[in-house]
Design a protein around this ligand. Structure first.
Ligand code: ADP
Ligand code: MG
Length: 462
């Protein structure tokens, strides 16, 4: 019927505008490399902030004692403690607690957000068992993983450049987030000193490196997306401080804000961006990360419902922004039942749409696939850009170089199609031979552990 012709037209047009052939991905990768150079050359030289992290050495494994970390990401935050055994001891014991952030705390006041976090941390500290108890008598120290763009002024201080991922509290912007947290800890009467402020990518890099010495890049694919890597200090023209002893500096790219004319953006992406809390910003993040994939999918589905599937019966639920989370999209995408029961159930439960045919549900799965595949392939292209910058996209003669990429985030962890598509695409981009020298490792909760490790290696008491 005419409706089906229209439906097929919408799918075809969407698929076409999301295409990511290898030639295009190589252009994206090259653009990423160019922007990395520009961001390192001067402050404000690029959309990529290429932030200096003041982490010039990663944990060695000799760290010893009890360390805390607090990880504020996007959807949840985690508090954790680890007991490190020192040389050859590794992580002797660890405990964590995950707490979701109430939406009203993401857009309220600075004090309300930090008080909420500090209160949860205080509860967690109060539950510390005896075998964790530090015998050293020194105050507890905290590694603070804070996954938003921060201009650091030292390892344990930094001002918030802007919020992302659905957070929006104007008064925090320009403030030192460690000072904000410290004040909240004091209000809780919790004696704890923040010894390291780290981005989640940097935490993941540190945690990854602790587990595998060949880790040199970390990528987060969660609510948002970002990457960090180890750069040669001499290759950072905008760094005017003393050269670190190690000769290296970890760079927090803030790659979510990357944009390029080579990115395949659709009308749905434009509308999503325009209606977002941060229009014009984080464009790369808005096509590859977990906060947005489900929402892009919803927008296409909305048009499909109106113009093809249901005609005048416009399902009202479908109009609610962000009603379709990426976990739901992922569940539908992975539906292997012959009659696509998972798709049907989700449509019914979440969108109150019950009259779908199998043919329609197949189209819906196809839309998930288009959105996820584009995201995964574009993140592979970004990774290629980093590998190029590091000179690790080729094999040098006589060198047995191994490059390990530590990956973390709920999207990477749980969205199998996305993860596979990313890895296959990277292989395609690098070629079999080079791909053999690259390893992608899931660094489970590396960002929290990493912050505890960086806390340890930057402890003022060691
Ligand atoms: P954050 O990025 O907030 O620190 P996570 O790394 O845990 O937190 O990532 C959470 C995000 O991961 C969610 O916002 C969601 O987009 C994505 N995600 C979680 N579970 C799934 C899933 N089953 N399938 C696809 N994406 C998921
Ligand atoms: Mg996180």
């Amino acid at each position: 019927s005419g409706k089906w012709v229209k439906a097929m037209e919408i799918v075809k047009e969407f698929e076409e505008s999301c295409r990511t052939p290898i030639s295009k991905l190589k252009q994206v990768a090259d653009a990423m490399t160019v922007e990395m150079h520009a961001g390192l050359a001067s402050e404000g030289g690029s959309k990529l902030k290429m932030l200096i992290t003041y982490v010039d050495s990663l944990p060695t494994g000799d760290e010893k004692g009890l360390f805390y970390a607090l990880d504020l990401g996007g959807t949840n935050f985690r508090v954790l403690r680890v007991l490190l055994g020192g040389k050859d001891g590794g992580i002797l014991k660890q405990q964590f607690k995950e707490v979701s952030i109430p939406p009203n705390k993401m857009t309220g006041s600075s004090a309300a957000l930090f008080d909420y976090i500090a209160a949860e941390l205080a509860k967690f500290v109060a539950q510390e068992e005896d075998d964790f108890k530090s015998t050293s008598g020194r105050p507890r120290e905290l590694g603070f993983t804070f996954s938003f763009p921060v201009m650091q002024t030292s390892i344990a201080s930094g001002t918030l450049l802007r919020w992302t991922k659905g957070f929006s509290i104007d008064e925090t912007v320009g403030q030192d987030v460690v000072a904000e947290l410290t004040k909240a800890l004091e209000r809780q009467g919790l004696e704890m000193r923040v010894s390291a402020l780290v981005n989640d990518t940097v935490g993941t890099l540190a945690g990854g490196k602790y587990a595998n010495n060949d880790v040199v890049v970390a990528v987060i694919l969660g609510t948002g997306s970002n990457a960090a890597y180890v750069e040669r200090a001499q290759a950072i023209p905008k760094w005017h401080g003393l050269l670190p002893k190690s000769g290296e500096m970890v760079i927090n790219m803030e790659w979510g804000n990357f944009r390029s004319s080579h990115l395949p953006l659709t009308e749905y992406d434009q509308a999503l961006d325009a209606e977002s809390l941060n229009p014009g910003e984080q464009i790369y993040e808005k096509v590859i990360s977990g906060m947005y994939l489900g929402e892009i999918f919803r927008r296409v589905l909305c048009r499909m419902a109106k113009e093809a599937f249901f005609g005048d019966i416009d399902p009202p639920k479908l109009k609610e922004p962000f009603i379709l989370g990426t976990p739901v999209m992922s569940a539908m995408h992975h539906d292997t039942s012959p009659d696509l029961k998972v798709v049907a159930n989700n449509l019914k439960d979440i969108l109150e749409i019950s009259n779908t045919s199998l043919k329609m549900r197949k189209v819906i799965v196809q839309l998930c696939d288009i959105v996820a595949t584009r995201g995964a392939r574009l993140s592979a292209a970004g990774l290629l850009g980093i590998l190029k910058k590091m000179g690790r996209d080729t094999i040098k003669e006589g060198e047995k170089q191994k490059t390990v990429i530590a990956m973390d985030g709920g999207l990477y962890e749980h969205y199998e199609e996305y993860r596979n598509s990313l890895e296959n695409c990277l292989k395609e981009l690098l070629g079999e031979e080079v791909f053999k020298t690259i390893k992608i490792e899931h660094s489970n909760d590396g960002s929290g552990i990493g912050a505890a490790l960086l806390n340890a290696s930057h402890s003022q008491y060691l």
